[in-house]
Design a protein around this ligand. Sequence first.
Ligand SMILES: Cc1ncc(C[n+]2csc(CCOP(=O)(O)OP(=O)(O)O)c2C)c(N)n1
Ligand SMILES: [Mg+2]
Length: 637
Amino acid sequence: MTRLTVAQAVVRFLAVQHSERDGAQQPLFAGCFGIFGHGNLAGMGQALLEAERGNGPGLRYLQARNEQAMVHAAAAYARMRNRLSTWACTSSIGPGATNMVTGAALATISRLPVLLLPGDVFATRPARPVLQELEHPVSYDVTVSDSLRPVSVFFDRIWRPEQLPASLLAAMRVLTDPAQTGAVTLALPQDVQAEAHDWPDELFAPRVWHVARPVPEPAALDRALAVIRPARRPLIIAGGGVGYAAAAGELRAFAEATGIPVAETQAGKGSLPYDHPLALGAVGSTGTTAANRMARDADVVVGIGTRYADFTTASQSLFGHPEVRFVNVNVAAPDAVKQAGAAVVADAREALRALQAALAGWRTSPAYQEHAAQLAAGWGHTVTRAYHLGHQPKPAQSEVIGVVNDVSGPRDVVLCAAGSMPGDLHKLWRTRDAKGYHVEYGYSCMGYEIAGGLGAKLAAPDRDVYVMVGDGSYLMMASELVTAVQEGVKLIVVLVQNHGFASIGALSETVGAPRFGTWYRYRDPASGRLDGGVLPVDLAANAASLGVRVWRAAGTAEFRDMLEQARDCQHPGPVLVQIETDPLVPAPSSEAWWDVPVAAVSGLDATRQAAQAYQAAKAGQRPHLTPAPQTPRQEGR
Ligand SMILES: Cc1ncc(C[n+]2csc(CCOP(=O)(O)OP(=O)(O)O)c2C)c(N)n1
Ligand SMILES: [Mg+2]
C-alpha cells in the first residue's frame, strides 16, 4: 500500500501512462497545464509540486493564463501527435472549471483527447456554499462542473477516494479509444483532492494503452466493393481520420492504384501534397472549383475518416449525381453510416490497404483522371493569381497567405481556427506535408489560434508554427503569448488586422444584414450607429507589451521581408508580424453554398432579396437516403 492524497495519486498515476500503436510507445501525458485557486492548489497544486521536486515520477507542469486556452493547447498538441499523446489540465472550482467548457467542446467535437481535472465543491460540506459554489435549490450534488458533462465523452466526480482507481482506468481507456476519444473529465472535490488514502501499489505500475487499428469486417468490405466497382466517376473525400491513422501513404497508394482523385476536408487537408496529380484540394463550401465540380458529378463518393460536416457537403447541396452512392470508412460507427453509405467501420490505414488489395487491377479511365488533373491545374492558376493580386492600398488576405506559404518550409505548420482565414486557407494554402495544415474547423473557435499554436509547437518543436490570427480572434484570447514567452516557445504569429469581423461581414451580405455589427468602429453620435471612425486599437503594441518581438508591415513586400526576419531571428519566444489587409476582397469563389438561414419576413429590401436567393438555394439540398447494398443472401444456409 502507498499512502498518498487523491491528487498525489492522480499525478503519480498519470506520469506512468503510455500509449502504443504499431509497436511504438510514448507517454500518454506530456504534462499538466494548470491555473490554481482554492479548488485545486492544496490538492493538484501540491501534488504537482511534489512531482517537480522528485517525489515520485515527474509530470511536467506548465502555467497557463486562461483555462479555455490550456484545453485548446492540449487539444492542438494531441492533434499534432495523432491523438497518441496529450496534456492533463487542472483548474480551480467555479469559473476555472466553467472556463474549460469551450475547450472541452472543441476537443470532443474534433475527437481530440484531453484530460480535464476541474476542482469541485466540498464533498463533506462543512460550510455551504463554498466560494464560487452554485447553490442549486433542489439538487445539492449539481455543481458548475456538471456543465462539462454534455461536452465530455467521459465524466465522473470522485466523491470518495475509493472511486478513483476504476475511474482513472476508464478515463484512460476512453482517451485512447480512436472511436470515442474527446474531452474526459474527472471532477475532483477540493477536500477529496487533499484527503489521504492507502492505495494498492499496482495502481502506480506503468501501463501501456494500446491504440487500436480495427480491421474491416469482410462482409462490410464486400458491400463497399459492390458500390465502388461499378463506379465511373468516383471521388475520395479525405477527412481528419486519414491523418490520425497516419494513413497518408496508404491513401496515396490507393489513389494511385485506382486512379480515384482525392478531395480534402478542413481536417483532412494535407492528406495528399497539393501538387500530386490526383489532388483536387479542398472540398465543399470553402473548396476548390476542381474538387467541387468533381463532387457534383461523382457517382460514388468514398469518404475516409470524414464526419461530413456541413462545410464539406456544402450543406448537402454538393453531390449532384442523381444516383450518387457513398462508401464510408470510419473508425467511428456514427460517421460510417452517414449519407446512407456502405459503412466500413475500421481504421483508415487498414481499410485502405484492404480496399486496394481487393480492387487490384480496377482503375478509373485515363480520360477521367485527365479531366480531374485539368480542373486541378485550373485551380492552381487561380491560386497563383490570388497570391499575386497586387491589391492597393492594402493587400488582400490571399496575398498574405501567398507570402506565408512562400516563406514557410515544407514541413512547417500553418494554424488557424476562425474568421475569414480558415476558408481562404482551405482554398488557397499549398500543403506539402500531412501535418503542415492545422486549421481547427470542427469548433472554429475564436481564440484557439495562439493557444493552439502553443500546443502545436510543444508537440513539434522541430517545425516552425505559423499562427494566422485575425484581430477579432486575437482580442478574444491572446493570453497564451505570455505562456510562450515564459517557456521560450517560438511561435511565428501573423496578425491580420482588418479592423473587424471580415468573415461575418461577408456573411452578413448574403443573409441580408449588410455588415451589421461587424466593423470595429466608434459609435457615431450623429447616426447613433457603430459607423464612426476606426478604433485606435494597436494590437502589435499589445503583443509587444506581453514580451513578444513585434514587426509592423505596411505592404506585401515589407511583410515578406519582416516575416523572414521573424522566421530567422534567434529570439527565444514568440514573434509577431502585423499586416493590415483590405477586408473587402474575397478569395476566389468555391462555386458552393453554405446554409445560413435568412429572415423570412423583413421590412428591408436587402433582407427580402437575400431571402429569395436563400429559398432558391435551399432547393438544391438533398438528404442522400438510398439504402446501401445488402450482403447477398447465402443459398442453403
Ligand atoms: C468564440 C467565437 N465567437 C464567435 C464566433 C463567430 N465568428 C466566426 S468568425 C468571427 C469574426 C472573426 O474575426 P477576425 O478574427 O478578425 O477574423 P476576420 O473575420 O476579420 O477574418 C466571428 C465573430 C466564433 N467562431 N467563435
Ligand atoms: Mg478581422
